[in-house]
Design a protein around this ligand. Sequence first.
Ligand code: SF4
Length: 373
Amino acid sequence: MSFLSYLKNLDREKLKLRLYSTTRQEVERALISPEGSLDSLLALLSPAAEGFIEEMAQRSSALTRKRFGSNLGMYLPLYLSNLCANECDYCGFSMSNRLKRETLNQEQLDAEMAVIKKTGYDSILLVSGEHESKVGIDYFKTVLPRVKQHFSYLAMEVQPLKESEYSDLVDLGLDAVMIYQETYNPDTYAKHHTRGKKKDFAYRVGTPERVAKAGVDKIGIGVLLGLDDWRLDALLLGHHLSYLESRYWRSRYSVSLPRLRPCTGGITPKVELTDKGLVQLICAFRLFNEQLEISLSTRESAQLRDNLLGLGITNISAGSSTQPGGYVKPNTELNQFDISDERTALEVSKAIRARGFNPVWKDWETAWVRSGS
Ligand code: SF4
């Protein structure tokens, strides 16, 4: 059964009712043996669990230490293009937004990489808008070998591709794919994605399965918190994670928990997730899955990010630019969204060390994975 069929079989209303009628006793039970249980995840995401945040935070912190030590993975997004043939009303790159469009050529790409390398990063996330003809598989096939010469770990957050295309990119050095569903509510999804291929909910929700079948080392999934009821969307994200892990166990998994941020032509969140809610969410996922990587981007403020270190976060970006060419020549007009933590990578790494953590500038060495497989 595909995840799409699995999702269709879930009763959203029933799950929502359970989330909002969870009792304190059910949360207490979930805290005793939470790992891997979707029922426990539901309880930990419920409003009733808000009274247990302190306990959840302590357990989450201890589990994260046990599995990841004091290490914190550092990655940086490199925007290849802001061309996009979709309309997503929360994103500055939407096709109807009037902004200068740019796609990096080889020389511009080399210049961006040279600046990034000086900061110490060895793990890179290539990002682009979704434009099939101009920033599609042919473009990626020219870019990946060039980038792989300079970075040992290469992740992509671009348009959904076919399984065979992911396989081709794995051969060229692709290590990880981030593909976010934004929301698991098909009606809300349709409301926010009004033009372009991204309108196809089914194709998008099936993408992580195609990525896994292509043998990609790490798969990142996530929702854009604020588009719909965050508790239910997070619970369905947990279902998606559980579905993938049980079938495609050779891949590693990460989740990203971004909240809506201001952007050109953007919208305000329909359902606000408070800082306390974000803490609950991070801890609930850590208690649900000890192995899971959880990343936090520069969308969040410096103070909040520093305070969240050690709770369950394993990967962060720092000194990010969200525009093509932004490391060489910053131009905020081209931004996908406004960042909140504007510190440099060096400043963030100092803050990390000051809290007793160790910033790690590279991810797993893929050669080890392949030679062991
Ligand atoms: S979210 Fe992605 S697909 Fe949608 S407009 Fe932005 S870049 Fe394009």
